[in-house]
Design a protein around this ligand. Structure first.
Ligand code: B1M
Length: 207
């Protein structure tokens, strides 16, 4: 199975290899969905499981995500034109006052790898911008990241702003200082401690 070569290149963090093998598969006539699901997405699922079990760490996840993105760049135009079924749309950002984006970027990459359309608003995003993006993109999930205890209240402000604006959307939160108890307290629909967990959570929420 040649998509196994793409899988192997992702788990070897070999971005150039992923690009080369993805292009070779396309040239050989393999359909886009197989390359995406059996090559790229299953490899990121594998890496996520290894991270959750403590066999891989954040740097390796980032390298795998970067390698996978190489393949996604090649597939993206084809996915758009083949009307491949998106699993849903996720709006993501780091909340107002917070400039940390490494974890948020990792979550966004893994969401993309899992087949979601991701609208990444970047860092220091205020509640009005989140509400507008959620509404404009008819998004299924709003994903908020915060790394500072001082910016966690901006998550509550954002969720309240969504409610006040009448935007119907699931909300998930994460970041080093965030906890499930805090998520419950502010009325978020979910919390995850890490990127693979966030992907699992979003899959459950949009199912
Ligand atoms: Co800052 N910083 N920082 N910092 N920084 C921390 C967070 C800190 C814990 C360091 C410390 O004091 N030990 C501390 C916060 C203390 C607190 O509030 N509890 C801190 C501080 C104080 C600050 C400044 C205030 C420092 C200063 O200027 N005096 C300042 C604030 C700037 C601002 O945001 N307004 C600041 C600045 C910075 C840099 C710009 C230098 C840089 C950020 C660069 C960047 O992101 N582009 C930085 C860094 C690098 C860190 C540390 C060292 C590393 C953070 C990181 O990227 N980790 C951090 C200490 C630490 O965490 N060890 C620290 C790797 C990343 C993959 O993990 O983001 O946790 P993380 O993401 C994880 C999970 O949290 C989760 O998934 C990822 C793993 O799979 N996750 C989600 C994240 N978002 C999620 C969303 C989800 C689900 C899961 O769903 C939506």
């Amino acid at each position: 199975m040649a998509t196994q070569d793409i899988f192997n290149a992702v788990v070897a963090f070999d971005e150039a290899g992923v690009k080369e093998k993805t292009q070779a598969e396309l040239d050989a006539g393999t359909d886009v969905e197989s390359i995406l699901n059996d090559g790229l997405i299953s490899a990121m699922d594998h890496v996520g499981e290894k991270f959750s079990s403590g066999e891989l760490f954040v740097p390796e996840m980032l390298m795998a995500a970067q390698a996978m993105k190489g393949g996604l760049e090649i597939l993206k135009p084809l996915l758009a034109s083949s009307q491949s079924s998106s699993k849903g749309t996720v709006v993501i950002g780091t909340v107002k006052g917070d400039l940390h984006d490494i974890g948020k970027n990792l979550v966004a990459m893994m969401m993309e790898g899992a087949g979601f359309d991701v609208v990444d608003l970047g860092v220091d995003v205020d509640s009005e911008a989140f509400v507008k993006a959620a509404s404009d993109n008819n998004a299924n999930v709003l994903a908020l990241s915060a790394l500072l205890t001082t910016t966690m209240p901006a998550m509550e402000t954002t969720i309240k702003a969504l409610r006040d604006a009448g935007v119907s959307i699931k909300t998930i939160i994460g970041g080093a200082p965030v906890t499930q108890a805090f998520a419950d307290q502010i009325g978020a629909d979910g919390y995850s401690a890490d990127a693979p967990g966030a992907v699992k959570l979003v899959k459950q929420l949009v199912a």
